[in-house]
Ligand binder design. Sequence first.
Ligand code: NAP
Length: 313
Amino acid sequence: MKAVQMNEYGGAEVVMVVENADKPSIQPGQVLVEVYAAGVNPFDWKVREGMVRQMAELKFPGAILGGDLAGVVAEVGTEVANVQVGDEVYGLAGALSSHGSFAQFAPAAAGSIGVKPKNVDFTTAAALPLAGVSAYQALVETLHLTSGQKILIHGGAGGIGSIAIQLAKHLGATVATTVSVAGAGYVKGLGADVVIDYEKQSFKDELSDYDAVFDTIGGEVYAQSFEVLKEGGSIVSMSAAVDEALASAHKVTAYSQFTQATTERLAELTKLVESGAIKVNVDRVFSLDEADVALEYVKTGRPIGKVVIKVRD
Ligand SMILES: NC(=O)c1ccc[n+]([C@@H]2O[C@H](COP(=O)([O-])OP(=O)(O)OC[C@H]3O[C@@H](n4cnc5c(N)ncnc54)[C@H](OP(=O)(O)O)[C@@H]3O)[C@@H](O)[C@H]2O)c1
């Protein structure tokens, strides 16, 4: 099969497209997905560069990159009850498994895939799993965001932020978001009530008494975010470990999220997409042959929304 492989960690130069990779076999509890499209996340170039190798080492030579996928179930392993051969699905392959989704076929845990939303094509569906579940897990399950609350969402034009804005508005919250000037019109269109250009304005000077912050950035942005929260508020970060000292000084609750794309969360995301509450903007679509360019574009191209590799028609 055709696949995007690496034989060592590095930059764009280590990414190779091969035509004769072995079709992966599946373990109990897994399904083999014929990949129609694979979403590209910042995590994928971090895996490529070895930045997350402490979580799991890739198996060289021939490690296949990629997490997000949408496609059709080609084989079902033992101990799988939730899907059948021929089902249209989306979800996550193991981005650190060395058998990722940037390939014509990818194994995935049955518990990490769900039924694809019927109202979007495979390319759009592939943009949703990691970003959509990240937003759902944070806003619904951790923050329990409700109508009338105020939330600051950082990185509103990014993959996670753009879905989080729509979900927060759907839940009835007032949304402030930070973006660069290129994303300002986009996030207004998603329903953001307050738009802050992070390159010109200081969000901590503009906002106060917020119930919640969803931080997709980390570092100084995370530290300063505590200043906009009211007492009793909460912050979830995708990129920073919990700072207990800051949380206690501001009398707020801090969480650090590890996103897990489960079948149950994907089912909730599917409902939100099918009802029209959440739409995803696919900024650019690349072919499998252009995977090296796609990864660089996600790293440095400042996409608005998501980037997808289309694997087949
Ligand atoms: N913990 C987990 O389980 C988990 C899961 C998924 C993702 N993540 C992490 O979460 C982060 C966000 O993911 P993503 O897919 O949303 O990334 P993304 O699509 O690259 O979006 C990031 C956004 O942040 C904006 N940004 C950059 N610097 C900023 C600043 N100082 N203030 C406000 N916004 C800023 C960028 O805008 P410009 O391009 O205009 O600068 C971009 O739109 C990544 O680091 C990713 O690795 C963690």
